[in-house]
Design a protein around this ligand. Structure first.
Ligand SMILES: [Zn+2]
Length: 266
């Protein structure tokens, strides 16, 4: 007579993280379930990227994504995160050409309203901010420069030059550092703005401006921008918490606009 070992030594079991069926100690899940889950995650991601990059039908994407999610133990919360992630990657693909059509932009907005809940997630990815930045750079390139009027109680209380226009204020507060021989030296937190002639930094402790033609080069890094000036005595400056690539492109475009070269006043 065969004796079932299992019935004599009852091993402790746990529900599998994925399928919920019993899995023997010390495992948390079935290997196979984990594999299915990961493959499903990748599939939802690539289905979403493909759909958005080609502006395909959202209904059929939603159906396919639901189907994969159910089969692959993907929760509804995780599904939304994957769709949001896919949207952001697709937007990066679209923006690679440094242009976005009205059709593409409308599609992105429609997509965000279609998949309720992804809007909060993509705020962290700055998906729509990236779209706005590309549109803004194109507008500036076409010479469409409008002055931001802050009114009288503006924190940017600088005396702008007659022909100087305030064109961009970075939405987030930045941290300002100087690059010393000993390393990075934190100076202050403040706001950064770009005019047609200068970069302005304003904080409670100190405020200054940098003329475009005093800049030797700009390196987008440290999650921000590192600015080197022609003057060797002027230590390189770092501003963190901004999109350094956007910053560099904006200044390149603005400083190449002809009317900048007319005046040489500081
Ligand atoms: Zn399982």
């Amino acid at each position: 007579m065969k004796i079932k070992l299992k019935s004599i030594f009852k091993l402790p079991t746990k529900p599998c993280t994925y399928c919920g069926q019993e899995v023997r100690f010390p495992y948390q899940y079935h290997k196979e379930c984990k594999k299915i889950h990961e493959a499903g995650q990748n599939e939802v991601l690539s289905l979403t990227i493909d759909c958005v990059a080609n502006q395909n039908n959202m209904d059929s994407l939603a159906l396919k994504v639901d189907e994969v999610s159910i089969k692959s133990f993907i929760s509804s919360g995780e599904k939304l995160s994957l769709v949001a992630n896919g949207l952001d990657s697709a937007v990066d693909i679209i923006l690679k050409g440094k242009e976005i059509t009205t059709y593409e932009e409308n599609y992105i907005h429609a997509f965000i309203s279609y998949f309720t809940g992804i809007e909060e997630i993509i705020t962290n990815y700055r998906t729509l901010a990236k779209v706005d930045q590309v549109k803004f750079l194109n507008q500036i390139s076409r010479g469409e420069i409008s002055n931001i009027d802050l009114g009288s109680d503006s924190p940017f209380g600088f005396n702008l030059m007659k022909s100087e226009k305030l064109i961009y204020i970075f939405p987030e507060e930045v941290a300002y550092y100087r690059v010393m021989q000993s390393g990075l030296q934190y100076e202050s937190n403040g706001k950064l703005a770009i005019t047609t002639k200068h970069i302005y930094y304003i904080s409670e402790r100190e405020s200054f401006r940098i003329r475009f033609d005093s800049i030797l080069n700009m390196l987008p890094n440290h999650g921000g921008i590192e600015i080197h000036k022609h003057s060797a005595s002027d230590k390189p400056k770092i501003f963190e918490n901004l999109d350094g690539v956007f910053f560099t492109e904006l200044i390149h475009i603005v400083s190449n606009i002809d009317n900048n070269k007319e005046e040489a006043v500081n």
